[in-house]
Design a protein around this ligand. Structure first.
Ligand code: FE2
Length: 446
């Protein structure tokens, strides 16, 4: 049968195809009902390979080793039925296998092979976008991936807004803020509920130090947050950055933290209290507040509990320094050591492609964070300063990685290392040119 994008799906069930369309829409729109749609697709046709692949991909997106058994079951179920799949569906399965095995280059190659034949396969495009961002840490590749398919998404093609939103984010991460803003705003004209386009715009405003507009963006997203995934907390994190740069008091930002960034009463948080991006948001904001002289109270404790339970999970390298932030802030030094030991073992022995990044960058970043917490400021600086140009290999965005720059700058200032501090501040100024340096750096420079 043919889906809403005009792509063939090997099933004879209309209900299955409709559910797959709905699930893809939920993936693109960060809607929390994606799992329900995937389940419906499988219920309608338990033999549909693409439905099994979708279910496995959803589990991979959790980036949690506890979800890998479910991925393996999905791969096994899809493999048993592979003979009835189309070449496109087999490539989706091939991508999932590579993703599961930590071979992201294999996964990306499979998604790109799909896109060469089927530039309107939004599932392949979105999953590749995710992989370029988090795993391959390749913003130029992320941008090229979207730009290759743009000719197939001319004006009037349904779904074009999703593609423009991805283009906007990729342009921002490659430093082209002008093109990014045009694409993100055009995307929102077509898909006003697209939180990824709102997010692309939030990044543009952050990088251009247009914090008043960034703060106001929360109002634009608000009507579309009902039914959203945990991604809503990441948008709230972006707003918190704007609030801080605009000079909001610590109490006000902490109230926003409790209400919107790390709302422990939310069913989303209670359902997945250790989701990687939620923990990144929370740890990052608490440490930024501390660098600004705000006492976060006892908020580190629950994050440290999750960090401790996740020692040995290296699926997202960028999360690892955040786990360390929580463990060190809670004074759990034995757990800090266990986290480092697990990272060293993984870096030395794992065949996963990200293992080299863990060994080369994530461990020094974690050592920097731990030493900074211990007030060993020279050691904190020395752990990461020489490697700072490799920090982008951790994945994540400019705005997220900026925290490690702030930690290094704070360590340099407090260690009396003025030459390194000047270097760091100069690099921030050059990277942000021609936009103003954020207030947080003026504070660190003092
Ligand atoms: Fe972001």
């Amino acid at each position: 049968m043919r889906d809403a994008l005009g792509l063939d799906v090997s099933t004879s069930s209309r209900a299955c195809v409709d559910a797959l369309d709905a699930a893809r829409g939920s993936l693109l729109g960060f809607r929390a009902d994606m799992a329900l749609h995937a389940k419906s697709a499988l219920a309608a046709d338990p033999d549909c390979v693409l439905a099994h692949v979708l279910r496995g991909s959803m589990s991979m997106l959790l980036s949690n080793v506890a979800a890998l058994d479910g991925v393996d079951r999905a791969i096994a179920a899809a493999t048993r039925r592979e003979a009835r799949a189309t070449p496109r569906e087999r490539l989706h399965l091939e991508a999932l296998r590579g993703w599961r095995a930590g071979r992201m280059s294999q996964a990306i190659a499979a998604w790109e092979a799909i896109l060469r034949e089927h530039p309107r396969d939004l599932l392949a495009l979105r999953l590749a976008h995710f992989a370029y961002f988090w795993s391959a840490a390749d913003p130029a590749g992320m941008r090229a991936s979207v730009e290759r398919v743009l000719p197939a998404w001319g004006p009037g093609v349904p779904g074009r807004g999703w593609v423009l939103g991805m283009h906007g984010f990729a342009c921002e991460e490659t430093g082209d803020l002008g093109a990014a803003e045009i694409a993100a705003r055009a995307a929102l004209d077509e898909e006003p509920a697209d939180l990824w386009s709102v997010h692309a715009l939030a990044h543009v405003l952050e990088m251009a130090a247009r914090h008043g507009e960034g703060d106001a963006l929360a109002g634009r997203a608000a009507p579309h947050l009902a039914g959203a995934t945990n991604f809503r907390f990441h948008l709230a994190w972006h707003r918190a950055l704007s609030m801080m740069e605009l000079g909001a008091g610590g109490g006000e930002v902490l109230r926003w933290y409790d209400a919107a960034v790390r709302d422990l009463s939310s069913p989303l948080v209670q359902g997945q209290p250790d989701l990687y991006i939620d923990v990144q948001n929370a740890a990052s904001l608490l440490l930024r507040l501390e660098l600004a002289g705000v006492d976060p109270g006892d908020r580190w404790g629950e994050l440290a509990d999750h960090a401790e339970a996740r020692i040995g999970d290296h699926l997202v390298a960028f999360t690892l320094p955040h786990w360390m932030m929580a463990l060190a802030a809670a004074g759990r030094w034995d757990a800090c050591e266990r986290l480092l030991d697990a990272m060293r073992a993984h870096g030395a022995a794992s065949a996963a492609e990200e293992a080299g990044v863990v060994a080369r960058v994530a461990i020094p970043a974690a050592l920097c964070v731990r030493a900074h917490r211990r007030c060993e400021f020279a050691a904190a600086l020395d752990a990461l300063f020489a490697l700072r140009h490799e920090i982008p290999r951790l994945g994540g965005s400019h705005a997220q990685r900026d925290l490690l720059w702030q930690v290094m700058a704070d360590a340099a200032r407090r260690a009396g290392r003025r030459p390194e501090l000047s270097t760091l501040l100069r690099e921030v100024a050059v990277a942000r040119a021609p936009h103003p340096v954020p207030r947080s750096y003026l504070r660190l420079a003092a």
